[in-house]
Structures are given as C-alpha cells and as structure tokens.
Write a protein that binds this ligand. Structure first.
Ligand code: SAM
Length: 229
C-alpha cells in the first residue's frame, strides 16, 4: 500500500465523527480567512472530504475542489454536485483548466504525503494555473525537526476544546495498531527544513515566506504563502 491507496480506501484517521466535523470546520474557516477577494477563483488541491467547503465557497467567486483519490472525488461529487459555487474537478478537468485563471491555490496537509518530485510537479502546475497576482498557500508542512510529541499535544488540545478528549485518547491507541502507523514507518512522511522548501519554491518561480500561523489546529507545523515572481 502507498499513501495514495491509503487515502482512497476507508481509514479511521479521525477518531470519531465529531473530530472529523470539527477538523473540516476549522480548516474551512482558516482557508476562508485567506481568500483574497469575494470574486476570487480558489482551488483547494488535495482537499480530502472538504465537508465544510460551503464556508469557503461563500467567501469567493468560485471554489474548485480537487483530490487525487477517485473515491474521494466521488464522495465530493455526491455532496457538492448541486452547489453552483463549487466545482469538483477530475484530474483531466484540472489539466484542462485555463492557464493563469486562479487567484488562490491552497494545499493543506498534503505535501507530507508527496515525494519531492510530486511536490515539484504541484509547484509547476500551480505556477501555470495561477494568475500573475495569485497566491499559492501550502500549509501543515512538517518541519524537518518535528517530533511526534508535538502532534499528540496538538491533537489532545484540539480534542479538549472540542469535547472529544476520551475518544482522542482511544484514537491514539488505535493509531498505534493502524495502517497509518505502518505506512508512516515504511514510507514515512516528507518533512522540510524552512530554507529547503523556500529554495524549492524559488526554483519554480515563486517568492515564498513562512506565515506566522498554520491552517488547522497544529501550530507546530508550517504554512507558506508563495506568489509568482
Ligand atoms: C491528509 S488529507 C488532507 C485533506 C485536506 N486538505 C485537509 O486538510 O483535511 C490528504 C489528501 O490529499 C490527497 N492526495 C494525496 N496525494 C495527492 C496528489 N498527488 N494530488 C492531489 N491530492 C492528493 C489524498 O487523497 C487525501 O485526501
């Protein structure tokens, strides 16, 4: 199994329904706050279930959702197929989208599951699809010196505030025996030193800087805002 297959299958990455709902609510609110204007065309790349995407769609002109996993795409279509402010893209439709047509692309909690080459392909795609005034937001990036304790602390803090602390504790135990942990050990998660990722952005025609906060509950991870040079 690889990460793509993992995300395409059924998994228990959220400890319960409340965790999942609060996760997507927080992500959507944080993305909505980054939308540059009410008529902006925004792409959420690697969006997952994007359960609260309507909160983002309300703040922009058009919201495009793209996820590489066919099963995720299918669920997104079932959920948002009738919403005229949200377009769920297939891989072909994403490729066919007009160049320089997007105001913002956001990729949250994605690049740790990509190889360096896949991340570089995403940077090339983003450079092609963004308007010259557009911005690429890459968030929830795992720093090179991250440790698992920070992730656990962040989850437990989020769970405490969200009222699912017991489920989170049980979920951490379940994670220990899960496919997620096995894959994490076998394939690993891609981490970046700040300087290295800034060099990659620069090599692909972006000027990037680290934002003071991250999207989502884990503030030990990094967010970068990049603009085409
Ligand atoms: C951890 S989830 C993040 C979902 C969402 N962005 C969030 O913050 O909750 C990672 C998602 O990225 C998708 N993904 C993995 N590789 C991808 C790729 N190369 N292109 C687009 N999506 C990808 C997976 O299918 C999965 O749904």
């Amino acid at each position: 199994m690889n990460w793509r297959e993992f995300w395409n299958g059924s998994h228990a990455i959220y400890v319960n329904e409340r965790h999942q709902a609060l996760h997507y609510d927080r992500i959507a609110k944080d993305i909505a706050a980054l939308v540059p204007s009410p008529d902006a065309c925004v792409l959420d790349y690697g969006c997952g279930q994007a359960e609260s995407a309507d909160l983002v769609a309300r703040r922009c002109g058009m919201l495009y959702l793209y996820d590489a996993a066919p099963n995720v795409q299918e669920r997104l279509r079932l959920r948002f197929g009738r919403d005229d402010r949200i377009v769920v893209l297939s891989t072909e439709a994403l490729d066919a989208m007009s160049d320089h047509s997007l105001d913002m692309i956001v990729a949250n909690s994605l690049i740790q599951y990509l190889t360096h080459a896949e991340f570089e392909a995403l940077l090339a795609l983003a450079h092609r699809k963004l308007k010259p005034t557009g911005q690429l937001v890459v968030a929830d990036v795992i720093p090179a010196d991250a440790n698992a304790v920070d992730d656990v602390k962040a989850l437990l803090g989020f769970a405490w505030q969200g009222g699912f602390l017991v489920a989170a504790g049980l979920g951490l135990v379940a994670t220990f025996f899960s496919d997620y942990r096995k894959l994490r050990e076998q394939i690993g998660l891609t981490r970046y030193a700040q300087q290295d990722i800034e060099t990659l952005f620069s090599a692909h025609g972006f000027r990037a800087s680290r934002a003071p906060t991250n999207i989502g509950h884990n503030q030990s991870r990094m967010m970068f805002v990049a603009t085409p040079v």
